[in-house]
Structure formats: C-alpha cells, structure tokens
Write a protein that binds this ligand. Structure first.
Ligand code: UDX
Length: 436
C-alpha cells in the first residue's frame, strides 16, 4: 500500500517508520524544511529508543521517504494519515484543531482516486465529521472516506506499542476503507492483534476514554499512597494485592509524583470540555485533573519535610527531569513544579537527566546541570529521584553516600528498597511506604 503521513511529530514519525517496516511505501510530509532535511540525514527530532535505526533501515530499503512537498505523496496514496498536533487551545483547554482542518483542506486539494483519509491525531468526538465536510466542500468530486484510527503509543515504548499493540481501533462505516485499513495492519493479524471496527464517533471517544481511565487509575493509586503513609501501609503491596484481581489489572498502578506528558494532561482536559459542552460532565475526570495538579505541587513540600522543614541554602541533587523514563519530553513533567518550588524555598538545584537536559534548560531557570548522576549528587544535602530512568535504579549507594554532604534520599518513584537505603545510611523517604 502507498501511505502518506501529514506531520512528522511523535505519532507521525513512529507510525510512518513502522508502516514502512511492515512493507508499505510511506512518505512523511512536514512543512518544516529544517526537520525534513534533518530526517533525510538520519537525525531524529525526538528521542525514542530504536527509532533512528528503524528509520535508517527503511530509508535504505526505499520504503520510507521524507518531503515538504505534499503533492506527490498525497496524489499517489491509498491512505493519507493526519498526524498533526492537537495542543490544548490557549484559554479554554479545548483541543486546537486548526492544524487538523488545515491538513484536511490540503489533502482535499491534492487527492486523486479513492483515498482513505485517516485521523491519527487525538481529536474530539465529531472531528471526523468536520474533516469529511471540509473535504467535500473543497473537492465535491472527490472519492474518499474519513476514518478514525487513534494511536495508543507510549513515549519510550512507541515502536513496541505500534508493532505489538493490545488492539487497533478503526472507526468507519465505509466497506472500502475497512479493506484498506485491514490491509495496512495485516502484519498484525499474524500476531492475532484484535482489530476493533466501530463507528467514527465511537472510535474518537475510545481514545479519550482510554487515556482518561488510565489517568484515573494512576490518580487513584496516588491517593492510596497518601493514605498508606498515614495508616502505615505499603502502596506497592496494595497495588499488587488489587492488581492481581483480573478485573482491575496490574498495570498503571505505580504510585509516583503525578502523571505528566504530552497526552494525559491535554486529553483529560479536552474530554471534560467536550463532556461539559454536551451537558454530560465526567466529574471523576474533573476531580482527577485537580488532584493530579495538586499532587505535583505537593511533592516539593514532601522534599522540604524530608529535609527537616527548611531547605534554604541547601543543595539538592535532582535525578531525572523528563516526565517519565526513556524520553526527552518535558511536557507537564512533575519536575517543572518541583524544581521551581524548591528553588523558591531557597534550595540550590543540581540536576541530571540522561536525555532531557537540553529541553529542561529552556524551561527551568538557575538549575546547574551535571554530566552524570554521580556528579549531580556530589556535595548534596539531599537527593530527589523524580524520573525512574533505568540507570538510576542500581546506583552505587556507597559511592553516593560518600560523595554527599547530607544523607536525605527522596525517591518519588519507589525504585529503591527502604531497608536497603537505610542500610547504606540514608534517611529515606518514598511514596506510600513506611519511612526508614
Ligand atoms: C500515554 C498513553 O499510555 C498512550 O496510550 C497514549 O497514546 C499517550 O499517552 P505516555 O504519555 O507516553 O502515553 O506515557 P505513559 O507511560 O502512559 O505515562 C503517562 C504518565 O503517567 C507519566 O507521567 C508516568 O510517569 C505516569 N504513570 C504511568 C504513573 O505515574 N504511574 C503508572 O503506573 C503509569
């Protein structure tokens, strides 16, 4: 199949590379010349494990192309994917659909023969209807179908999530479009991935419902963690104890400093806006948004309390700034709340993140960036682990303890054992577990 992908952001690039790897001929289109030029030279605009190699091999096999010229790509395509951004609109939190509608108009002008137009961007219910309307208005003679095909990729695991997904959701009533989508995802049938065909509106809502549900799940366990701290219970064992119930499931029950990233904050907000517009509020999601925002703010107080209530003039070594491991993405990262609050309380911050320091340097002021985890904790009064990078999981605690001035270790991801930390002489605080 011939595929065009409009937008070489996270979703567009990963989807394009993976479809090419399935054997399809894929052209990724972006208006940003600099980005396309870099991609042609094998330079990735984002950090995603394995993406550079996947792109390189498919470019070499001549299945993956990059261009700023949408014309040829769209004209020849059996399917055109819209994978442009849908940021929160400034002021009201609704998803900003101007890029999606702009892409729809461009596709309409350039399409030739029966074309399946697939919305991969996360878009509110009813956007597919609007895209169809725009295309029909722009090109009344066009032969096309508009399909919703949401992505469920996690940053840092996106290639695996694309190639071995739990499910693929396709929203369309058009039989020809169904055949094209089946053919595109055919390699997954070999793994017996469930492909759920549904209506376009249902498919659009599935994406928001999935992200909101996961945000609820995380927020629930975070509140359980707070309760555990009060009653002297262990949240990791609570997670295991409830997660073994098949109806609940073990995943996404890791308590932490609050969820962040490019999707959950934006999509939960957009879902509540849509729900309110339709007069059918989702109050549980309203609450989750509020609780999560409060939680990120409360994490700095937790650190200050662990340091005896006063951090002024103290040096804090921060390990991890990205919103989670294996990404350089800083969007809505808990570190963006925690670090400034600690600075405001008078602390000096020395930080290390394996991938996100460049991005963080634009967003955080007066932070000293270190070249390694060990350099970040050298001479520190306290250490705060904000992101659970693998390389932080097995640090040489003797070496760290010796290099530090103080002995406070605040582990906001529960990656160390309280007993182990205590054995090494740390005053250890984690999330929802007994203090040692
Ligand atoms: C998410 C969805 O998982 C994905 O399906 C969707 O397409 C995009 O949004 P992503 O934002 O990349 O993916 O990261 P994810 O792994 O879901 O984590 C989101 C946030 O929740 C992170 O801040 C993470 O640290 C936090 N989290 C996740 C927890 O605090 N605890 C958990 O158990 C899981």
């Amino acid at each position: 199949m011939r595929v065009a992908i409009i937008g070489t952001g996270y979703v567009g690039l990963v989807s394009g590379a993976c479809f090419a790897d399935f054997g399809h001929t894929v052209t990724c289109v972006d208006k940003d010349e600099g980005k396309i030029e870099k991609l042609k030279n094998g330079i990735m605009p984002i950090y995603e494990p394995g993406l550079d190699n996947l792109v390189a091999s498919n470019v070499k096999e001549e299945r993956l192309f990059f261009t700023t010229d949408a014309k040829e790509a769209i004209k020849n395509a059996d399917a055109v994917f819209i994978a442009v951004g849908t940021p929160s609109r400034r002021g009201d939190g609704h998803a900003d659909l101007s890029y999606v509608y702009g892409a729809a108009e461009e596709i309409a002008q350039l399409m030739d023969g029966f074309t399946v137009v697939v919305t991969k961007s996360t878009v509110p219910v009813g956007t597919g209807d609007e895209v169809e309307e725009i295309i029909r208005r722009t090109r009344p003679d066009a032969d096309f179908a508009v399909v919703s095909n949401p992505e469920f990729l996690r940053e840092g695991a996106a290639i695996k999530d694309f190639k071995i997904p739990d499910r693929v959701v396709v929203g369309t009533d058009d039989e020809r479009a169904k055949q094209v989508m089946k053919e595109l995802y055919r390699p997954l049938f070999l793994n017996e991935t469930p492909i759920l065909f549904t209506t376009r509106r249902t498919s659009e809502l599935i994406k928001y419902a999935a992200n909101a549900f996961l945000a609820v799940k995380i927020t629930f366990i975070n509140e359980m963690a707070d309760l555990c701290e009060k009653v002297g219970a262990n949240v990791q064992e609570v997670s295991r104890g409830i997660g073994l119930d098949g109806r609940i499931g073990a995943k996404f029950l890791n308590a932490g400093p609050g969820y962040g990233g490019s999707c959950f904050p934006k999509d939960t907000l957009a879902l509540t806006k849509t729900a309110n517009d339709y007069g059918s509020p989702v109050r549980i999601v309203d609450t989750v948004i509020e609780v999560n925002a409060d939680r990120k703010k409360a994490m700095a107080d937790k650190v200050i309390a662990a340091m005896g209530g006063d951090v002024s003039g103290k040096t804090i070594g921060v390990l991890g700034l990205a919103f989670k491991q294996n990404t350089d993405d800083m969007r809505d990262a808990p570190s963006l709340d925690i670090v400034p609050a600690l600075q405001k309380a008078g602390a000096r911050i020395v930080a290390f993140d394996p991938e996100a320091m460049k991005e963080a340097s634009h967003l955080l002021k007066d932070v000293e960036f270190a070249g390694s985890a060990y350099a970040a904790v050298d001479g520190a009064d306290a250490i705060v682990i904000i992101t659970e990078w693998d390389q932080f999981r097995a640090l040489d605690l003797n070496r760290i303890k010796t290099a530090m001035k103080g002995n406070v270790l605040v582990d906001l991801r529960n990656i160390y054992h309280p007993d182990d930390a205590a054995k090494h002489g740390f005053a250890y605080t984690s999330i929802g577990r007994p203090v040692s």
